[in-house]
Design a protein around this ligand. Structure first.
Ligand SMILES: NC(=O)C1=CN([C@@H]2O[C@H](COP(=O)(O)OP(=O)(O)OC[C@H]3O[C@@H](n4cnc5c(N)ncnc54)[C@H](OP(=O)(O)O)[C@@H]3O)[C@@H](O)[C@H]2O)C=CC1
Ligand SMILES: CC(=O)[C@@H](O)[C@H](O)COP(=O)(O)O
Ligand SMILES: [Mn+2]
Length: 393
């Protein structure tokens, strides 16, 4: 049995809490070195009481003072740190063997990269890291022998049905295509004339998955599938032309690989992130996750159809960015993050998310990103351009 000493980045979020649920089921397998939240100090204090990490990390001094106050009530010996550098420190500390990368958005890039640079096993939920910096991140992982295990349900499914010795060469393994399934989100059948009036409360109501707000809105626009195509491109060295996305509203088949001989291998299960999380944490063993059994007789049916770009313009924009390469995926991601945040605070309409991203993609820096600093600068400029676009709208 392999024992992991873990840092959880984003422990207070949806993936973070599901991870701790799996960890709690296997007390002899995992030790928690650090838990990192951002603003939810009371959730983090409860997690510290249950898991007794050496370190807890929060956003700033205010959150650190509040967490220290809460921990003092428990006589906790957890040390409280704060700020971005502390995230990278706990992700790369020598004691740590595995890092769950579950911060939402571009804020996850630096600590996830620090974990890869330190040669850790990275349980990768934060897809934005790969969308922003796919080539540089994968190069860093390779050079430092970091193992990248995909937590995102689709990529985890693909990973499970790829040959065990898959080395990134699709042809050598007889693979034609990687097929990502997409639920289509809450607005799959909504009249397009109603899209301007969609509210944040409606958009975060995913039909199948319980997730954080940002990824839930991404599922509603299908930008999530676009980000996932780019994620799959980097994780599996899969050329864009060999990646497909198909709508499968039941979210039971989590993704598929089509082989040259006509076989299509799929991974299935109830939509519960504890399954891919347990798969990653337990490797090479299969460990219990707490997920319910898939009941085939109760399913009724599994259906599939092509996504419609008129309904989901963000998916088309993501395809375009993936094909363009260079800085385009980083710009796509930054504009989308800014637009989703503006939508959630009521500043722009649902349909303005795609407009913002399209506008940003008209201003992609030329050339290939040669450094993380160049990507961060493109990210910052894009967010500023998006804010100006909101003011003008
Ligand atoms: N939820 C899911 O089922 C899935 C999620 N993912 C991916 O996993 C990642 C996390 O998603 P999810 O768990 O849903 O998101 P949540 O919004 O539920 O959680 C986000 C976590 O990140 C922390 N956080 C937010 N901003 C910052 C910041 N600037 N610096 C440090 N930490 C920060 C939050 O802290 P706090 O809350 O304390 O402020 C919280 O712990 C995303 O990249 C998402 O795309 C992928 C597949 C499935
Ligand atoms: C659970 C998970 O991995 C999410 O990314 C999920 O796939 C979202 O569903 P859709 O984007 O397919 O609606
Ligand atoms: Mn996913």
């Amino acid at each position: 049995m392999s024992v992991h000493t873990l840092t959880l980045l984003g422990s207070t979020g949806s993936i973070g809490t599901s991870t701790l649920d799996v960890v709690s089921r296997h007390p002899n397998r995992f030790r928690i070195f650090a838990l990192a939240g951002h603003t939810r100090t009371s959730v983090l204090a409860q997690q510290c009481a249950a898991h007794r990490p050496r370190y807890a990390v929060v956003a700033g001094e205010k959150e650190a003072a509040e967490l220290r106050r809460l921990l003092a009530q428990q006589n906790s010996d957890t040390e409280v740190l704060h700020g971005a550098q502390a995230l990278s420190d706990v992700a790369s500390a020598p004691e740590v063997t595995g890092v769950m990368a579950a911060i939402v958005g571009a804020a996850g890039l630096a600590p996830t990269l620090a974990a890869a640079a330190a040669g850790k096993t990275v349980f990768l939920a934060n897809k934005e890291t790969l969308v922003m910096s796919g080539r540089l991140f994968m190069d860093t992982a390779r050079q430092n022998r970091a193992r990248i295990l995909p937590v995102d349900s689709e990529h985890n499914a693909v990973y499970q049905v790829l040959p065990r010795d898959f080395n990134g060469d699709l042809d050598a393994h007889g693979i034609d295509n990687i097929i990502l399934t997409a639920s289509g989100g809450p607005f799959l059948h909504t009249d397009l004339r109603e899209f301007d009036a969609i509210t944040p409360a409606q958009a975060v109501k995913h039909p199948n998955w319980a997730m954080g707000q940002k990824i839930s809105v991404d599922s509603a626009t299908m930008m999530n599938k676009g980000l996932e195509l780019i994620e799959a491109h980097w994780l599996f060295s899969c050329p864009p032309a060999r990646l497909e996305a198909v709508i499968h509203p039941q979210s039971v088949i989590h993704s598929m690989v089509r082989y040259r001989d006509g076989s299509v291998l799929a991974q299935m299960g109830v939509p519960d992130m504890r399954t891919p999380i347990a798969y990653c944490l337990g490797l090479p063993e299969r460990i219990a996750s707490g997920a319910a059994k898939l009941d085939f007789a109760a399913l009724g049916g599994l259906t599939f159809h092509q996504p419609d770009f008129a309904r989901f313009p963000c998916l088309k924009l993501a395809y375009d960015a993936m094909h363009a390469g260079g800085f385009a995926p980083c710009v796509l991601n930054a504009a989308n993050e800014a637009a989703v945040a503006a939508f959630l605070r009521g500043q722009i309409r649902f349909t303005d998310i795609a407009r913002t991203v399209a506008h940003a993609l008209e201003h992609v820096p030329a050339g290939e990103p040669e450094s993380i600093a160049a990507l961060v600068s493109a990210d910052t400029e894009t967010r500023a351009r998006a804010e100006a676009f909101f003011q003008a709208a």
